[in-house]
Design a protein around this ligand. Structure first.
Ligand code: GLN
Length: 491
């Protein structure tokens, strides 16, 4: 039961072979046992979860359940949850209790999911290792001396250690896919605008995308079905007809389920410095796609190399503006001692923010300042367009783009923390789809020589979620990487 997917648990719950009370209770026990080691959860809400589980069981008994009713879930602590602390991994919001819930949290609750708690993350979602959390790093369930990835490290580790079958995350430059890869789980970033950003603590508004972690592509589809939808409170939320993201998964496609699917292999992604074990695993996976009937085609993304510098202008620019609201006046931390208003602002922000957040605010303020705006911010936006054009052209020749999610597997806690540029390089393969707003998933595709998981990224054109989920699902039907459980957390 503990290692079952959402889809499997759902069948057991609906058939009344299992109750949500039993399931939620045993997962809470697992969370309480594992958390001192992993530090994946910042808040555990046993009381709230058990009462939601009771309500879910009643709904199942009444015959009004959805496929997600009674399934335990954790939210990344950037997602506001009414009445429950939302820290965003920061001292600034250490004691902040959200007055309302984020759209995606609301939607998943309405489907009947049970919120067991809030997961650890890099402060304000800035980071690739979860070492920037005010509450300490998350440890990787596969090797607890390693990072879980970031910024949604807590959600990734919680799913990897089978503490919850699914969790939410946000992805601004790779923060769902990179920790999914490093922790050996699936992580889906949908098309920008498909899930409302309402109620997320904002990092970079033109890039922030709520999404989901699960063991399988099928589970990601089930959660996306509940999370997607128009919301007038987010001006970039898209008003499109609802779709069933799992619709392609149940088609009986025979021995060659990927026949007709053109897999694009960007020459820029191969030879871009990924570790040799990763390159081997990706090549084996590509051979697997071919044997499932897919064809492969080399494509080129000539400007994709500029993704990283473009992102590290645009993202800090937007962050510096979004984080101006944390001034000690309305909510969050306020310095205890100060001389006047200006001094209160200064001391509050000096105390409330960690080093990486301050670094980004400084960079962002600089690139937006008079005299530098055209040279940096405007130029970055122009290059962003060129990158999007590259992808548009590539998708005329292929349906999905495949490659590694991250150039390395999980590294040791402390190893990269003093070298921000090296840390930023972790996102080299994930950032482009945030700049272009297109969907992408990371799925497990093997292990390196040290026994650490390797992630495969499948990207698609805007609104191609159903297709990338199908490609991932067909791969998972013929492999068992996603079924492996870290030794220390086997039930
Ligand atoms: N690692 C990237 C950063 O530090 C991406 C973060 C994210 O996606 N939230 O900004």
């Amino acid at each position: 039961m503990i290692t079952s997917s959402v889809a499997e648990l759902s069948r057991s719950l609906l058939a009344r072979r299992l109750s949500s009370i039993e399931l939620t209770g045993s997962l809470l026990d697992r969370i309480e046992t594992a958390n001192p080691t992993l530090n994946a959860f910042l808040t555990i809400d046993r009381e709230g979860a058990m009462s939601q589980a009771k309500a879910a069981d009643a709904r199942i008994a009444a015959g009004t359940a959805s496929p997600l009713t009674g399934i335990p879930l954790a939210h990344k602590d950037v997602i506001m949850t009414e009445g429950l602390r939302t820290t965003c991994g920061s001292r600034m919001l250490e004691n902040f209790v959200a007055p309302y819930s984020a759209f995606v949290a609301e939607r998943l609750a309405r489907a009947g999911m049970v919120t067991v708690g809030k997961t650890n993350m890099d402060e304000f979602a800035m980071g690739s290792s979860n070492e920037n959390s005010y509450f300490g790093p998350v440890r990787n369930p596969w090797n607890t001396t390693c990072v879980a990835g970031g910024s949604s490290g807590g959600s990734a580790a919680a799913v990897a250690a089978r503490l919850v079958p699914a969790a939410t995350g946000t992805d601004t430059g790779g923060s769902i896919r990179q920790p999914a890869a490093l922790s050996g789980v699936c992580g889906l970033k949908p098309t920008y605008g498909v899930c409302s950003r309402y109620g997320l603590v904002a990092l970079a508004s033109s890039l922030d995308t709520p999404g989901v972690f699960g063991q399988t592509a099928e589970d990601c589809a089930l959660l996306l079905n509940a999370m997607a939808g128009h919301d007038a409170r987010d001006s970039t939320s898209l008003d499109r007809p609802a779709e069933d993201y799992a619709r392609q998964l149940s088609e009986n496609a025979g021995a060659k389920p990927l026949a007709g699917v053109r897999v694009g292999l960007p020459r820029e992604y191969f030879g871009a410095g990924a570790e040799p074990d990763i390159v081997d695993a990706i090549e084996t996976a590509i051979a697997g796609f071919r044997s499932l009937g897919a064809t492969t085609v080399e494509v080129s993304l000539p400007n994709v190399d500029h993704s990283l510098p473009v992102y590290y202008v645009i993202s800090p620019a937007e962050a510096s503006s979004n984080l101006a609201r944390f001034d000690g006046v309305r909510y969050g931390h306020r310095a205890a001692k100060y001389d006047d208003l200006t001094d209160m602002y200064k001391k509050t922000r000096a105390e409330g923010f960690g080093a990486e957040v301050k670094r980004r605010i400084l960079i962002g303020t600089y690139v937006l300042s008079h005299g530098y705006y055209d040279a940096y911010y405007l130029k970055a936006q122009q290059v962003r367009r060129l990158i999007a054009d590259d992808f548009r052209k590539a998708y005329q020749r292929c349906d999905v783009i495949v490659g590694p999610t991250s150039p390395t597997t999980a590294f040791c806690i402390g190893d990269n923390i003093d070298d921000p540029l090296k840390m930023y390089l972790n996102d080299i393969f994930t950032i482009a789809s945030n700049l272009t707003g297109t969907p992408a998933i990371s799925i497990p595709c093997g292990f390196d020589g040290k026994g650490l998981p390797i992630g495969l990224q499948i990207q698609g054109n805007a609104f191609a979620e159903a297709q990338i989920l199908n490609v991932a699902h067909r791969y998972q039907q013929t492999t068992d990487w996603h079924r492996r459980v870290p030794a220390g957390f086997a039930p």
